[in-house]
Design a protein around this ligand. Structure first.
Ligand SMILES: [Zn+2]
Length: 230
């Protein structure tokens, strides 16, 4: 249940990796840009902010794809959609290769964090009077990047944090049992996400919980099949 490259508009290729944007991304972009008013003096800055989010997500996904290639795995497609981005990667079935392919995504955000924080500090010191919208944009981009980093590191399978946990458990527990444990923990997280979605009345969070739940269920079934094979 991931966005298929078939429903996506091809954008460009970089190092043999085809990047495309799913059609639903444009719908949500329109909605976000029109409803998020008041932060900036001119609404065009909402569009810039959304494009910056696009850029950060793209860099994160390239982190996954290029790391996966390094391990000898296959990674040739990235699709962006409203819930973030999906790098279609298949690293070799070794815990170390899986760990590096997954960890490299959040690592991009971790590297961007001090850069954006520094930029944000400098901007607010020097341009607060002359270019308040630019300062606000940099501040928002820094916040978005940090938010993405923290969210992605939550140990809820299939989020990156959950998959990192799975790769780490793979070393002592093996391929099947590590996935069983990670997806079982993932279900707890998905229930928590669904509760938060109801609590905050957030459709976006509800969708996220739904897709995470479906992926977690698929992972759990895969783990059981692997366990039977072993
Ligand atoms: Zn990721």
């Amino acid at each position: 249940m991931l966005p298929s490259p078939a429903g996506a508009l091809p954008l460009f290729r970089f190092r043999g990796i085809a990047v495309s944007v799913h059609w639903t991304w444009f719908l949500v972009a329109l909605y976000e840009v029109q409803t998020r008013q008041g932060l900036y003096r001119s609404p065009i800055w909402n569009a810039y902010e959304y494009l910056a989010l696009f850029g950060i997500v793209l860099l994160h996904e390239f982190g996954h794809s290029l790391a996966c290639r390094q391990t000898g795995g296959q990674a040739d497609t990235i699709v962006l959609w409203p819930l973030g981005g999906v790098a279609f990667v298949s690293p070799p079935q070794r815990p170390g290769a899986q760990l590096w392919s997954i960890a490299a995504g959040p690592l991009v955000n971790a590297v961007l964090w001090p850069v954006l924080a520094g930029l944000s500090y400098l901007a607010s010191r020097h341009w607060a009077q002359s270019a308040p919208d630019t300062v606000e944009l940099i501040r928002q981009v820094a916040r978005i990047n940090l938010g993405l980093l923290i969210f992605n590191l939550l140990p809820i399978y299939p989020l990156d944090g959950g998959q990192i946990l799975r790769s780490l458990l793979w070393f002592p527990l093996g391929r099947a049992r590590s996935l069983l444990v990670a997806t079982a923990l993932g279900f707890v997280g998905v229930v928590g996400m669904a509760w938060l979605a109801l609590h905050w009345e957030s459709l976006w969070f509800g969708l996220l919980a739904y897709f995470a739940g479906v992926q977690c269920w698929n992972g759990f079934r895969h783990a059981r099949a692997l366990a039977q094979l072993e």
